[in-house]
Structures are given as structure tokens and as C-alpha cells.
Design a protein around this ligand. Structure first.
Ligand SMILES: Cc1cc2nc3c(=O)[nH]c(=O)nc-3n(C[C@H](O)[C@H](O)[C@H](O)COP(=O)(O)OP(=O)(O)OC[C@H]3O[C@@H](n4cnc5c(N)ncnc54)[C@H](O)[C@@H]3O)c2cc1C
Length: 387
């Protein structure tokens, strides 16, 4: 008996929905699963860079974009000195619940079927072109699987033992601060600026991203240095509220892990491929993960659908081809990003560098617009100066 589905995609974040949509557009019979009911909240800064929008390949529905971003501000270790750079277009801030629900709708519009509240509990061995996907409500069979179920992926754990090492993980906490739209416009250059903060904790930075009527505040760092992240965040949020003359509000602070290994990926095995956070793709310097989720989701779908189409010889080579494609797109970029993350340390020296040569702020513009940002002059120059 042939499997029920050509492809089962586990996880309906940006990686999974992009994979499901791309595979369905190529004619595959696709089932997209998520353990949660949708729309569901997701802890995130919600910054969708210009390069992510390009990778998405769809116009954003109006309800998904919160604010159009064209200015980057970097606030120094004293909390006052601010460097700024304006560009034409850097991206949008988005509410992740809405973005992810929009992407699921687009996957369904392309022909995929979506099954919410269906948790994958493991993946069986492949037998004669059948893969068994276990869920808490029964088993499903498919010819190929894409595991896009986040940083502690069940699919990855069915293939490889153990969880990712804390040395290869980032940890970030975030909360939403309510602010009237008019105040946001005063504080964030008309509402189109994102702010990054240099903090005393090594390998960390803080952010403030404007939404329509709230600001997303957060701090990210390496998991190994992140033990005191919640109290540090408390101080950071209090200071900002004091400076902005609002609150103090009791904020709902939530934290989550993200990949930060730079070069340590696991792309799957045979016809089971991993994408997005599940594979370990995220930018260790900026913490950006949505771009890599979208690109790897698309590459996973393209490679797997092509391999499944080549009966006989094809399928077993899917993961090898995908691994090569990801290497070509991400390897140099993520290794340079990791280098910059390490070199920029507590950001004091990094900030001084940028303050003495403000044109180097172009780095942020490149990171948000160019998939090869860390291989361009602004990044290479800063890296050289920090050595
Ligand atoms: C605090 C914080 C702030 C961030 N800010 C930004 C930002 O501003 N911009 C940016 O680009 N990146 C940001 N990131 C990174 C970004 O959120 C991730 O890289 C991105 O969400 C990865 O997408 P994904 O589709 O791979 O995984 P996810 O978005 O994590 O989606 C995984 C999906 O799988 C589902 N799932 C999990 N387990 C199972 C299971 N067993 N069965 C079925 N479904 C399952 C989950 O419910 C979820 O819907 C941030 C991360 C954190 C932690």
C-alpha cells in the first residue's frame, strides 16, 4: 500500500509553513502538523527583515505587518548615547501569532492540508519508501518528512540522540510594553526605528521594537551566560520605562532558546530532513532566525520533492543534496556571524568602534537586507578591527 502522503511537515512555524507551501506548489500531497491550536502565541522579537520578506516570496497581508522599519538606532553602554542610521527599507515588525497563522493559510491555499493540535511523538525507520510519523492521535505514513518543529525538535531527536548542547544555544527573554501610538512615534523616529542596546552581560544585546500600540522589549545572549537574564531584563525594562516616562508596568516576561552554534547543524537523514531552528539555523550575532527558517524550509521542500520524483535512486540522496545546498547558502555567512558575535563580546569596544566611525553602522543595514551580509565590507572591516 502506498503511503498516505508524499510529505509530512512537522511544525507550522515559518520553516514548516514555507516548506509545506513550496512542496504543495510543486504538486506534492502535503500534510502540515502542529502540536498547537492556531493562531498560537510565539515568543519572538517579531522583526521580519527585508531579506526575510524576499525569502518569503509573498506580499504580507496588511494585518500582519505592525510597523515599516527604515532606521536602526544603537544605544551605547551608558544607556544614553545613540547612533542612528537611516535606510530606504529594512523590514517590518510583526506579531508572530498573526505572521505564522498567515503563513499556514498560504500553505493551505497552495494545496497543503493543515492539522493543528497534533503533536508528533517520534519518527519510525523508513521501510520500502514508507516513513511512519507517530502522533499522540495515531500514526501517519509518508514518503518524506520535514522536521520544522523548533529548537528541541522531536523529529531531530528521533534521528540523533540528545538535545543540542547549551554551548550551541542562545537564550532570549522578551515582553510587550503597552505604549500609545503617538508616544511610539516620538520615541522611535516616527515609529520606523528599531533600537538595539549594548548591555554589560557578555555576548548579549537588548532590543526595543515598535509595534502599533506596544513595544517588544527583549534581551538575548548565549545560553551558557544567560543564568541571570530575567533580573537583567527587569532592570533594562525599568530603566526604559523611567526614561520614556511610562509605567512602571508589571510585564509578562517569557523566555525561549534559539540556535546559536553558527556551524553546527543537523540536516536530517535519508528522506527525513530538518529545517529552521530544528536544524540549528539562526544568526548567532543578530539572533535572526526567520530568514534561515524560510530559506531552509524552501530548500528542504525543493530537494525532497525533486528526490521523491526520481523513483528508485532519488530519495536516499535528498538529505545529502539538501546539506550541500544549505552549506552553499549558509556556511560562510553563519561562521562569520559567529566570529563577530564572539569578537564583539560585551559590546563596549564594538560600540566605541561604531561611535568613532558611524558609517560602520551600515553593518546593521546589510544584516537586514543582504543574505551575504557578513561577507560584505562593513562586517569584514569591523571584524578586522575587533581582532
Ligand atoms: C525571544 C526571541 C526573540 C526572537 N526574535 C527574532 C526576531 O525578531 N527576528 C527573527 O528573525 N528571529 C527571531 N528569533 C528567532 C526565531 O523566533 C526563530 O528562529 C524562528 O521562529 C524559527 O522558525 P521555525 O519555523 O524553525 O521554528 P518555530 O517558529 O519554533 O516553529 C516550530 C513549530 O513547531 C511546533 N512543534 C514543536 N514541537 C512539535 C511537535 N512535537 N509536533 C508538532 N509540532 C511541534 C511548534 O508549536 C511551532 O509552531 C527570536 C527568538 C527568540 C527566542
Amino acid at each position: 500500500m502506498s503511503p498516505e502522503w508524499d510529505l509530512v511537515v512537522v511544525g507550522a512555524g515559518p520553516a514548516g509553513s514555507q516548506a509545506a507551501r513550496c512542496a504543495a506548489l510543486r504538486g506534492a500531497k502535503v500534510l502540515l502538523l502542529d502540536k498547537k491550536d492556531f493562531p498560537r502565541p510565539k515568543i519572538c522579537g517579531g522583526l521580519l527583515s527585508a531579506k526575510s520578506l524576499q525569502a518569503l516570496g509573498l506580499p504580507l497581508a496588511p494585518q500582519v505587518g505592525e510597523r515599516r522599519i527604515s532606521v536602526v538606532q544603537l544605544v551605547g553602554p551608558d544607556g544614553e548615547t545613540c547612533l542612528a542610521r537611516e535606510a530606504a527599507f529594512l523590514g517590518f515588525t510583526t506579531d508572530r501569532a498573526r505572521l505564522d497563522a498567515f503563513m499556514v493559510e498560504e500553505a493551505c491555499r497552495a494545496g497543503a492540508e493543515f492539522r493543528p493540535a497534533t503533536a508528533c511523538t517520534g519518527i519510525g525507520e523508513e521501510k520500502e519508501g514508507h516513513i511512519n510519523i507517530r502522533t499522540h492521535s495515531g500514526s501517519i505514513t509518508a514518503r518524506g518528512v520535514i522536521g520544522a518543529d523548533g529548537v528541541f525538535s522531536k523529529v531531530a531527536r528521533s534521528l540523533f540522540s540528545g538535545r543540542p548542547s547549551p554551548w550551541r544555544l542562545g537564550l532570549a527573554v522578551a515582553a510587550e510594553l503597552p505604549l500609545p501610538s503617538s508616544r511610539i512615534e516620538e520615541l522611535f523616529s516616527g515609529g520606523c526605528a528599531i533600537q538595539f542596546y549594548c548591555l554589560p552581560l557578555p555576548y548579549s544585546f537588548g532590543w526595543a521594537f515598535p509595534y502599533r500600540e506596544k513595544v517588544n522589549l527583549g534581551i538575548g545572549t548565549w545560553a551558557k551566560t544567560g543564568k541571570n537574564l530575567v533580573p537583567l531584563f527587569g532592570g533594562f525594562a525599568r530603566q526604559l520605562q523611567l526614561r520614556w516616562g511610562v509605567g512602571p508596568y508589571k510585564l509578562k516576561v517569557r523566555g525561549a532558546f534559539l540556535p546559536a552554534g553558527g556551524l553546527t547543524w543537523r540536516t536530517g537523514r535519508g528522506q527525513v530532513i530538518l529545517a529552521g531552528d530544528a536544524a540549528g539555523f539562526a544568526d548567532p550575532f543578530s539572533g535572526e532566525g526567520i530568514f534561515f527558517a524560510l530559506r531552509s524550509g524552501q530548500l528542504a521542500a525543493e530537494t525532497l520533492v525533486a528526490a521523491l520524483g526520481e523513483r528508485g535512486a532519488g530519495p536516499s540522496s535528498a538529505q545529502g543534496l539538501y546539506n550541500r545546498a544549505c552549506g552553499q547558502e549558509f556556511r560562510t555567512e553563519l561562521s562569520r556571524s559567529l566570529m563577530l558575535a564572539i569578537l564583539s563580546g560585551t559590546k563596549r569596544r564594538f560600540f566605541r568602534r561604531l561611535a568613532s566611525e558611524p558609517q560602520r553602522l551600515e553593518l546593521f543595514e546589510r544584516i537586514m537586507t543582504n543574505p551575504k551580509a557578513y561577507q560584505t565590507r562593513p562586517a569584514l572591516d569591523i571584524e578586522r578591527q575587533l581582532h
